[in-house]
Design a protein around this ligand. Structure first.
Ligand code: ZN
Length: 399
């Protein structure tokens, strides 16, 4: 990872680079900040920069053998700890973080190192359990760090989500945090200051990350994705300084645009959902009928599918709005879909589309973060029922 690949956080980059150039790298640092602020990406860029053989005053070279291995996360002096738990495949043995290292590297590379805990649990298949960093894993760190670096100047140990470490595990690490072996760098990454064990906090130097600015997110999305600028600008606003969430929203829309196999199923569910919302809005007694369709939206509980359904709904409702204002040529559908879009466009217009857009994206955001899908779809249905009652044209006020 190069510093220039990381959105924003200019002040932190400068401070880290300076510490290396002035040869005063602090041996144990805690990168603390909200999701999507770039803590893990920064930890990787820092580890690479310290060890790059041709670094400049601004960044790693990106091409030396060290950079090469760091970018693939396979450098022998780059170590990781992350929360884990037993999985279906690894149920009958004691699992350690080493069982997951290949999956971990793949996970970071797939996501450009902008990742969330729920996504990691999904990736290793422990969706319904909590991950943790065990005393055994902490012990193995001590063992690893007891040896000299293989080829780098600094051995680097990145502990992701250090708040998932219990007391017992933390105690095993304390001595090394206090007096690390020579040329060893600990970078602890956390999103919850209150949950990190205080003896760890007191032994680390704090590097505090803040949310990104909307324009930092927008510029980076624009540089990485071929996508309409208007939509990117909306997504940047809706992601509230969280680059991970912003990237997820764009990727979801892109995937949705490509897949066609289940699109018909989604259409039928969406049409049914909107019809029932419409009836529900008219007659408050239709609550049971609404719950029936919500069960279909929740489906088998897969968050991925729920998010895809929401992204699809958003796409179609945006088309309803285009149809409403006369841009019929943008609606590249025929048959039942076109029939639905043209009819439902009576209810979707410039006076409510922004809010509908916002609410659906909010729902995606919450599903991503493990909230109860039933409640989310129920709330969203109530909100849409209200929004589609907003008249397309403002009632004239008295002259
Ligand atoms: Zn290099």
């Amino acid at each position: 990872m190069l510093f220039r690949e990381i959105p924003g956080q200019a002040r932190i980059k400068q401070r880290l680079i300076q510490s290396v150039r002035e040869n005063r790298v602090s041996h144990a640092q805690l990168f603390l900040g909200p999701e999507g602020s770039g803590k893990l990406a920064m930890a990787l860029a820092y580890a690479q920069y310290i060890n790059c053989r041709n670094r400049t005053t601004e960044d790693s070279c990106g091409t030396c053998p060290t950079c090469n291995k760091f970018s693939k996360l396979i450098h022998p002096d780059l170590h990781f700890l992350y929360p884990i738990n037993k999985t279906k495949e690894l149920d009958d043995k004691k699992v350690t973080h080493k069982d997951f290292i290949i999956t971990w590297r793949e996970f970071l590379i797939e996501n450009g190192s902008y990742v969330t805990l729920p996504n990691w649990y999904d990736k290793i298949g422990i969706e319904k359990k909590q991950g943790m960093i065990s005393a055994e894993d902490a012990d193995s760190v001590n063992h690893t760090l007891a040896y000299k670096a293989y080829e780098a100047e600094y051995k680097v140990m990145i502990i992701w989500m250090v708040e998932k470490m219990n007391n017992q595990a933390a105690n095993k690490l304390l001595k090394n945090l206090e007096e690390p072996p020579d040329k060893t760098l600990f970078i602890l990454v956390s999103e919850n200051h209150d949950q990190v064990i205080s003896t760890i906090i007191s032994r680390t130097q704090l590097v505090k990350f803040t949310k990104l600015a909307d324009n930092e997110i927008f510029e980076n999305l624009k540089a990485h994705f071929e996508f309409p600028v208007d939509s990117l600008s909306n997504i940047a606003l809706q992601s509230e300084g969280n680059y991970t969430a912003a990237k997820d929203l764009v990727e979801l829309s892109l995937n949705n645009a490509e897949s066609t196999d289940t699109e018909k199923d989604r259409f039928l569910i969406l049409r049914d959902w909107m019809r029932r919302i419409y009836v529900y809005g008219a007659k408050q007694k239709e609550y049971d009928s609404l719950q029936e369709i919500i069960a279909k939206l929740v489906g088998d509980g897969s968050r991925e599918k729920q998010k895809e359904m929401l992204a699809y709904s958003l796409k179609i409702l945006r088309l309803c709005m285009q149809y409403h204002i006369g841009n019929h040529q943008l609606v590249k559908y025929s048959g039942e879909e076109l029939d639905f879009i043209s009819k439902f466009s009576a209810f979707i217009h410039p006076r409510n589309i922004r809010q509908i857009d916002e609410e659906i994206n909010k729902a995606i955001f919450h599903i991503e973060r493990n909230a109860n899908a039933n409640i989310i779809f129920t709330d969203l249905s109530h909100i849409i029922a209200r929004l589609i009652k907003i008249p397309a044209v403002a009632h004239n006020k008295k002259m």
